[in-house]
Design a protein around this ligand. Sequence first.
Ligand code: UDX
Ligand code: UDX
Length: 441
Amino acid sequence: MASVNFRSINICVIGTGYVGLVTGVCLAKIGHSVICVDNNKDKIKKLKKGISPIYEPGLSSLIKEGIKKGRLSFSEDINYAVKNSDVVFVCVNTPTQKNGKTDLRYIKAVSREIAKAMNGYKVIVSKSTIAVGTSQKIKEIMKRHHHPKLKFDIVFNPEFLREGSAVDDFLHPDRIVIGAESEKAKRIMEQIYGSVKTPIIFTGIEASEIIKHASNAFLATKISFINTVSNICEKNGGEIEEVALAMGLDKRIGKDFLKAGIGFGGSCFPKDVAAFIRVAKDSGYDFKLLKEVQRINFNQREQFVKKVQSLIPNLKNKKIAVLGLSFKPNTDDMREAPSIDIIKMLLVKKAVIKAYDPVAMEKAKDIFKNKITYGSNMYEVMKGANAVLILTEWADFLKIDFKKAKKLLRSPFIIDGRNMFSPEKMANLGFEYYSIGRKKL
Ligand code: UDX
Ligand code: UDX
């Protein structure tokens, strides 16, 4: 894995969430010596035992491997970790407030703690998504709190990790973006990522901050675009998959992120689109295109509920089976999941919801409390239900035994928000099957 002139670097990663933990574990995997820090005692306690606090394929085994090789350790003590590192990655959460402004309280608090702990030259690398101009603010904070004789450089190194494939995305990225101001910092970052086979793009700090927001906003725009086209398909009898396939074969468009459905969720797209609209506003520009991307995205959820109602006009006390709660498959993350808005709209109409998700039910309970009930498997929730809603395209659901499902259901209604099945097949099985951007047979 390591090239001949590889040098292991002492690194500390602050924040062991979806991004920080994957970053720390993978940096240890490629040969560096990493201390992961978090102020959440439970997380650190679990991690010290090699238990991952998040569901991410491949992560647990890498945690255990890193600990075993003595390259990965966990601590709550920022002071100790910074003093024993040459490079500090900041991966604390950067929530977006209602007005779109990024909440920098955690970044600011951690920057102060790093500054006070400095005992020599460090490179401070922010991975948390931040609005353009934030790295300079971090620099100002550091200057105010650190020993004037000590030198440091700041770097912005945006993450492009998709949940559910974050480990693979880290080890095999399309590109690594490094926003840096000094040659020294660039050289050190080159050493950190030297063994990752991918282009490293060096840019100015401001450009690197904009790249992250612009990339996520563009991907979200693609999704809202194809979702709008799916509505046009429904009105005119076209098949959205045929349209998306033919569009995507044009290399300038690209096949990815053209899957119509109930829209995007997660901890990034909704937050980064809102943040980029705010960045534009603060720069004197009204980013109307992105506001429309947000509106379309919410409208997909409303459209979906209308489809449910077209099959069951009076939802009061009707039993609805929900398959899938997480914002996408292969993750337990419920942040901004479409299921949250959809279930809330159905509860307003007094529907009775029973949900199943392979991994996200524990996190869902914090959100829905006792407003919905949960099943231990996909068939339990179908028992006596008036309809089945598919909100997350978990591979498990592809194995549904529809003969068994039909016997369990009170009425053979399936409304599929992620186009998992073929309308023809479902019609032949005797289901009223609604999906997105496809004709209803
Ligand atoms: C975060 C941002 O939300 C995202 O926008 C950015 O792209 C990457 O970093 P994520 O890792 O999903 O993404 O955040 P989260 O899962 O909330 O993890 C943040 C971690 O930092 C938590 O474990 C939290 O306990 C920790 N933290 C937060 C600290 O250790 N110290 C703090 O002061 C604040
Ligand atoms: C995204 C970006 O892909 C990643 O680069 C960035 O660092 C963080 O945000 P993530 O949010 O984990 O990653 O998931 P992603 O796979 O991008 O999906 C985001 C949302 O878009 C999900 O709700 C997914 O269901 C939806 N989506 C994705 C679609 O509706 N259609 C698509 O074609 C693709």
